[in-house]
Unconditional design. Structure first.
Length: 96
């Protein structure tokens, strides 16, 4: 239930931010990347794992996890799968 509340809160926040033309332009360019970044951040927090702990599992640096969670990296499917596994989760891709 907590997960749904957080998702709605983010959607409300996003709707508000999209009223800003500069934000909307950036979101239109990088929106999916930002959505994935947010999902990774939320899942990591849900698992009560720090960025450093996740980085160690992925054999990378904490700063790389921070960049991923900020939506500043375009991630490959392999990297997303590695992150999912490190978080004891499944990667599910849905095209619609």
């Amino acid at each position: 239930m907590n997960k749904k509340i957080k998702a709605r809160d983010f959607q409300k926040y996003l709707a508000q931010q999209l009223k800003n033309p500069q934000f909307k332009k950036h979101y239109d360019e990088y929106g999916k990347q930002l959505e994935i970044a947010y999902q990774i951040l939320q899942l990591r927090k849900q698992k009560k794992m720090s960025q450093l702990q996740l980085a160690k599992k992925l054999k990378t640096k904490q700063s790389n996890i921070a960049r991923i969670e900020a939506g500043k990296q375009n991630l490959s499917i392999q990297t997303l799968d590695n992150i999912a596994r490190a978080l004891n989760s499944d990667l599910i891709i849905n095209l619609s």
